[in-house]
Design a binder for this molecule. Structure first.
Ligand code: BG6
Length: 502
């Protein structure tokens, strides 16, 4: 932390009446405020289309804070102070006059604080508005101080590699790359950040972190939610774009990248880009061999019947959009040559659970291979959510007179030592206030991640012969995803089968 987050700052939220602002942004700013991280001088200029009074908007924010904030127990006095720092501005992106008013507002704040304050623009808007907003910010000279003015943007960063390049070029006309903070909220999750601490802050693991000792790696991000009211967006996206290209690729980078020389933004992001470049591109003709896609069909979850994907609101009843993807990747570098990386993600599954397993090889000696012992290979599990823990499965002697082995688990539980850890958005907003872009995505990283999946996208789009499997709501996904691993004698690991011979 550079302490830049303590500089006076005008925070401008485009889309302040939208879902993200309501559930994540305002609660995150409020929690940062309660815990003393916000600058003494800041104001959140909240832009929205509706005509409403300051009081109406602030009451709406309070309601959302009460519902979604991590910290629910706060004093009226604190809210009164925070409330004074919110300012609602009725705003029409297409009206130059709206930008004039915004300019006047931030300049007045500069005068009030007697300093040219930092400016943080949060673009929580549909991608189609980004062009207009960034041009108007430029024309109205709102974000000209490269070291002080920052822009946070939300995914989707394009629809494929070509559109991502287009978006990056467009932003580059107005902003320097160091002003652009592309958010991937998975990078703000505590145990995703912890991967680097775990790998590079301990001598014990890094020497084993390669193809000599690791047999395979699995990354699972399973959700119980379906597409809910986002059918319109999701049907044009699908699990590959919505989750694999960003969140799972970022997790892959954290697990597999080489050691950064220093813990600095450029250095870390360079290592990630290198890793993405080393991911072997899947040949169009092999897409079916390496991937499985599927859609959920109606089924029961937590005692309730849920509709199938094709029956969801906003979804084309003949849609070919996948809600589940499982795939296998290889990383062609010295460290990972020959090690399969399996990934899977899906909506409407039995359990919400994101975790990584690092599956080690069998022991190379024959000491305990005499039939008396149930030897299973070591597994390191990194639970991202809802549990936040690291578990190491290892063999021990079963207590007793004879020499029998059994697997045991060593567990580090984050919640036990820090039950109230900050939410991802709190971490990321604070980093953006601070001017630290380490956990944000650089343009080349985004483009490279699209490149990794481009042949899969094309092949699915062109209606090749790859099957659209199905799985009922509340299940663990299609059987075909199990087959993908079985071919190499592997299976998806979870708590229930981790001690089986994998
Ligand atoms: C978002 C996706 O980026 O991540 C959503 O667009 C998904 O479809 C969400 O549900 C998952 O985030 P989390 O933090 O709930 O795992």
């Amino acid at each position: 932390m550079n302490n830049n987050h303590k500089q006076p700052t005008s925070i401008v939220v485009f889309g302040s009446t939208g879902d993200l602002a309501k559930r994540k942004l305002f609660p995150a700013f409020f929690n940062l405020f309660l815990e003393g991280w916000m600058p003494d001088e800041f104001e959140i200029i909240s832009l929205g289309r509706n005509n409403q009074s300051q009081d109406e908007f602030k009451d709406y924010i309070l309601e959302n804070i009460k519902e979604f904030s991590r910290i629910k127990d706060f004093s009226e006095e604190k809210w009164q102070i925070f409330k004074e720092k919110i300012y609602f501005l009725q705003f029409d992106i297409n009206q130059e006059d709206s930008f004039n008013q915004l300019r006047e507002k931030v300049e007045n704040l500069d005068k009030k604080w007697n300093v040219r304050a930092n400016r943080l623009f949060y673009l929580s808007i549909a991608p189609s508005f980004i062009d207009k907003v960034s041009k108007s910010l430029k024309n109205h000279h709102l974000a000209e101080h490269v070291e002080q003015d920052r822009l946070i943007i939300e995914k989707p960063f394009g629809y494929d590699k070509a559109t991502a390049v287009e978006l990056n070029n467009l932003l580059a006309k107005t902003f320097q790359e160091e002003q652009i903070y592309r958010i991937d909220h998975y990078l703000g999750k505590e145990n995703v950040q912890n991967i680097l601490a775990f790998r590079f802050g301990n001598i014990m693991f890094e020497p084993l972190w390669n193809n000599k000792y690791i047999d395979s790696v699995q990354i699972t991000v399973a959700e119980t939610v379906g597409v809910e009211d986002r059918g319109g967006y999701y049907d044009g996206s699908g699990a590959l774009r919505d989750m694999i290209q960003n969140h799972l690729m970022q997790i892959l980078c954290m697990v597999a990248m080489e050691a950064p020389k220093t813990f600095e933004s450029t250095e870390i992001r360079d290592r990630k880009v290198e890793l993405l470049k080393s991911v072997r591109r899947i040949d169009a003709k092999d897409v079916n061999h390496y991937t499985v896609r599927a859609q959920y069909t109606k089924g029961e979850l937590n005692g309730k019947m849920k509709p199938g994907y094709l029956q969801e609101k906003g979804v084309d009843p003949h849609s070919n959009t996948e809600t589940y993807v499982a795939m296998k990747f290889y990383v062609d570098n010295e460290r990972w040559k020959g090690v399969p990386f399996y990934m899977r993600t899906g909506k409407s599954m039995a359990e919400k659970k994101s975790y990584i397993t690092i599956n080690f090889k069998d022991v190379p000696n024959t000491t305990f291979k005499n039939g008396k012992s149930n030897l299973v290979p070591n597994v390191l599990t990194i639970d991202i959510q809802p549990e936040t823990s690291i578990k190491l499965l290892f063999m021990t002697k079963k207590p007793g007179l004879d020499m029998k082995l059994k697997p045991a688990e060593m567990i580090f539980d984050y919640f036990e030592c820090a039950p109230d850890t900050p939410e991802a958005y709190e971490t990321l907003l604070l980093d953006a206030l601070d001017g630290d872009s380490t956990l944000f995505m650089r343009s080349d990283q985004v483009e490279e991640a699209w490149d990794v999946i481009s042949t899969i996208q094309e092949s699915w789009q062109n209606g090749n012969d790859s099957e659209m499997y199905t799985y009922p709501v509340g299940s663990n996904g299609p059987e075909a995803a199990d087959e993908l691993l079985k071919r190499q004698g592997h299976f998806w690991l979870d708590n229930s089968n981790i001690t089986d011979k994998n």
